[in-house]
Design a protein. Sequence first.
Length: 133
Amino acid sequence: MQHVEHIGIAVKKLETAIPIYEKLLNTICYKTESVETEKVNTAFFQTGEAKIELLESSTEDGVIARFIEKKGEGIHHIAFEVTDIRAEMKRLMEDGFVLLNEEPKKGADNKLVCFLHPKGTNGVLVELCQSIL
């Protein structure tokens, strides 16, 4: 794993959260995007080498809506940049980690992504991401 690529934060409404994070981070939201396969709308902020990704559910039954219902708004996941997502998935499976998807999926910000089950990572949802060239 190369570095922390981003930290995902679940929010109820992007329109409310974006101005808060623009003030907090002293930078503008440089990109918003909808990811239909994940039922999520995202907003991105660059903070040094890493990014902050705000996540808003696009449906009432989406994974982010369920997360907020259980835990409230807050940190949802931490993502690590990898150079070869399939090789990293294979390595982690061989080391006993449980992957939430068998194949990488297209995620936000032009990335291939795969999540690790939080039961094997001390309760933290970990995302692997690789830039799509």
